[in-house]
Design a protein around this ligand. Structure first.
Ligand code: PEP
Ligand code: MN
Length: 353
């Protein structure tokens, strides 16, 4: 941290600040100018009390942090991109993975039909919410346990690993009996007790960016997972709230580039929730590849007009197939490889085709 003193500080003021810096466990290095004096405090801020308290002193103008507040997920600390493994699926390597499926689990017939369609088109993971965090309490809240039982049967039938959202801690145990990847949604991106509980399951986590989260706050949410022993984390940019009303959210592709530069985690893009409309999803997917994303999460429904949630942004099976085809030249240009079809995941460490 850099402690900036008010102009023309007295020698005793400077000595006092240096003493307080030492008391807080840091080593002070003072640079005195004609008008300005700064005290650079050297020491690991994640292991000591913060120096921000010094800003309350009358002779201190401001305290400027230098060190990043996230460490474990920072490329500065660990330059290699972590690979997140879900059975035979490896995210964060050269292969580009597409997670697809409906917003909500509605019936076994619906999930099975969409699972087969997205798998045939090249998706390697199936998404579907059994627990739905809805803005209105009158909207469909998900099938809950019945939805999980459907996902389990469809996983057995198709071999696709399952991505499904956790909305609270109490349902985590039943969720991880089925879900290979826990999704933490935008609304819960700053629910730190849920993040800690999700981390403790040891299961890979897709961490959506909160709709009003800065990139730093998003990476600090990821740091909660890593600090609690789970580095199997995939960041997911899903659009942020802006003044624009033509789209549901605003897809922040610069956040994808920055998250890749700043963090050592794989980053994927969810263009469905970003756009909120199906006709933008394919172009935004192409753009995500160009921005360096490691994968996509796309909502697909056999009959979007009958969907229990997010109908306007879901792609038909045919539109998804076309999207996957259209993506290929972008993937080639970006040097991304096509992943093999997934092998079935068994949680006791065994896999079968
Ligand atoms: C979802 O994936 O269906 C969802 C609710 O997403 P988000 O948390 O990004 O709104
Ligand atoms: Mn949705």
């Amino acid at each position: 941290m850099i402690v900036v003193l008010t102009p023309h500080p007295s020698t005793s003021d400077v000595r006092y600040v240096e003493r307080r810096v030492r008391e807080l466990g840091y080593k002070p290095h003072t640079i005195r100018g004609a008008v300005r004096t700064i005290v650079a405090a050297v020491g690991d801020e994640t292991k000591r009390q913060t120096l921000e308290v010094l800003a309350t002193l009358p002779m201190v103008e401001k305290v400027i942090p230098i060190q990043k507040r996230y460490r474990l997920v920072s490329r500065e600390v660990e330059p290699q991109t972590y690979r997140v493994r879900v059975g035979s699926v490896v995210m964060g390597g050269p292969a580009f993975h597409v997670i697809a499926g409906p917003c909500s689990v509605e019936s076994e017939r619906q999930i099975l039909s969409t699972a087969r369609a997205v798998r045939a088109a090249g998706a390697t993971l199936l998404r579907g919410g059994a627990f739905k965090p809805r803005t209105s309490p009158y909207d469909f809240q998900g099938l809950g346990g019945a939805g999980l039982r459907i996902l389990r049967r469809v996983k057995e039938e198709t071999g696709l690993p399952i991505v499904s959202e956790a909305v609270n801690e109490k349902d985590l145990d039943s969720l991880i009996e089925v879900a290979d990847v826990i999704q933490i949604g935008a609304r819960n991106a700053m629910n730190y007790s849920l993040l800690e509980a999700a981390a403790r399951t040891g299961r890979p986590v897709i961490l959506k960016r909160g709709m009003a989260q800065t990139i730093e706050e998003w990476l600090l949410s990821a740091e909660y997972l890593a600090k609690n022993g789970n580095h199997q984390v995939i960041l997911c940019e899903r659009g942020i709230r802006t003044f624009e009303r033509a789209t549901r959210n605003t897809l922040d592709l610069s956040a994808v580039v920055l998250a890749k530069l700043e963090s050592n985690l794989p980053v994927i893009v969810d263009p469905s929730h970003a756009a909120g409309r199906h006709d933008l999803v394919a172009a935004l997917s192409n753009a995500a590849v160009a921005a360096g994303a490691d994968g996509l999460m796309i909502e697909v429904h056999e009959h979007p007009e009958q969907a229990a949630s997010d109908g306007s942004q879901q792609l038909t099976h045919e539109a998804f197939r076309r999207l996957m085809q259209g993506l290929q030249p972008f993937l080639r240009a970006a040097g991304r490889t096509k992943p093999p079809a997934p092998r079935r995941v068994l949680h006791r460490g065994k896999t079968r085709r």
